[in-house]
Design a protein around this ligand. Structure first.
Ligand code: TXA
Ligand code: MG
Length: 332
């Protein structure tokens, strides 16, 4: 049975982690499903609860910057500079793993992904557990990452030991993943720490080619799987606001239950369900996974998502949205 708890009983949840149990908890990006990174049995529970392929490595979460040295070695000055600038926060850094880090958690790789979250509940839980906490997003494999405790409960109630139910996650998309183990720093997954922000510290940073041309194989093992998909069929509509509106309106004269995700407002009276993506890419990011799940709750079979390419966190939004649409994009 899953115990659903709040901030008040963090000690119990932390004890559960130290005893090899599984605990879902909030972070500033998305909810995570945590377990002791050094306990193979606990890690297996994560893979099982999520239905996740075990070649897909997990991020190890810490609650003090200096803990990184217990997990990784040969850390470059550039990687240190990133930690100084962006930790705690939504940046995961891939480093050379120390021998003590189990291959179970790295999916057999010689590298380890490390993240120091800024969310205070996450920090406190990790600290109280006295462990390094491996945590993927707290969703069933393939569905959108959960950004509210209700959505964690939908996916994982009955499958994990504890759910720490707290506020919605402020960023709403998973952390930026940057690989600092090869000659050139590579962004494997875009997030709230944008390429522009990284380039201020490490000017030679590049995007993994799969983020530029959708056909090449991603270096981040998890990015090759189908991801972020609600039950509805999603189609991204991109272009001028006027053309997007005309296109979507032309699709609404049907018996099908259609959902529309708007950007910067929009009326679609004939749609079954209209959800607002907000007025900036930051707002769109914060609500995207949440909205995709709400469309499912309304039972829509098709979603048209308004999208305009914009900088900053826009790259991360585009990455997740295009994946949820299986790259079905109409440019108008
Ligand atoms: O914001 C986040 O990062 C959230 C919260 C809970 O911290 N966690 C998260 O974990 O998104 P997950 O497992 O859903 O995504 C981790 C991604 C996967 O695509 C995985 O393949 C990649 O990071 N990854 C982990 N270790 C790696 C490694 N050693 N080398 C390359 N990619 C790695
Ligand atoms: Mg995930």
């Amino acid at each position: 049975m899953t115990k659903i708890t709040t901030n008040d009983s963090l000690e119990e949840a932390a004890n559960c982690l130290s005893m090899g149990g599984t605990v879902a908890f909030p972070t500033e990006t998305v909810y995570g499903l945590g377990a002791d990174a050094f306990c193979d049995v606990a890690i297996d529970k994560i893979y099982k609860a999520k239905g996740r392929p075990s070649d897909n490595p997990l991020i190890v979460h810490i609650c003090r910057k200096e803990d990184v040295d217990n997990l990784a070695e040969n850390i470059s000055p550039d990687a240190r500079a990133l930690m100084d600038k962006f930790w705690p926060g939504p940046l995961t850094i891939i480093l050379h793993k120390r021998k003590c880090v189990p291959f179970r958690v790295t999916g057999g790789l010689d590298t380890v992904a490390v993240r120091y979250p800024s969310n205070k509940i996450a920090q406190k839980l990790i600290e109280l557990s006295g462990k390094y906490i491996a945590a993927p997003s707290a969703n069933l494999s393939g569905s959108p990452s959960p950004t509210s405790s209700a959505h964690v409960i939908d996916d994982l109630d009955g499958r994990v030991d504890y759910i720490v139910a707290f506020d919605n996650c402020e960023i709403g998309l998973e952390s930026t993943v940057v690989d600092m183990t090869s000659d050139k720093p590579l962004i494997l997954r875009p997030g709230a720490v944008t390429p522009e922000m990284l380039a201020e510290i490490i000017p030679d940073v590049e995007l993994d080619s799969s983020l530029i041309d959708g056909d090449s194989k991603p270096k981040c093992p998890g990015m090759k799987y189908k991801h972020y998909s609600p039950k509805a069929d999603v189609e991204v509509v991109s272009g001028t606001k006027e053309n997007i509106r005309k296109f979507i309106l032309s699709k609404l004269d049907t018996d099908e239950k259609i959902g529309v995700l708007t950007y910067k407002g929009g009326d679609y009276d004939n749609a079954h369900c209209v959800l607002a993506g907000g007025n900036s890419m930051t707002e769109y990011a914060a609500s995207l996974f949440y909205n995709l799940r709400v469309f499912d709750e309304y039972g829509v079979s098709k979603v048209y998502a308004e999208f305009c390419e914009e900088g900053g966190i826009g790259l991360a939004v585009k990455n997740r949205l295009y994946k949820s649409a299986g790259n079905k994009i109409t440019r108008v």
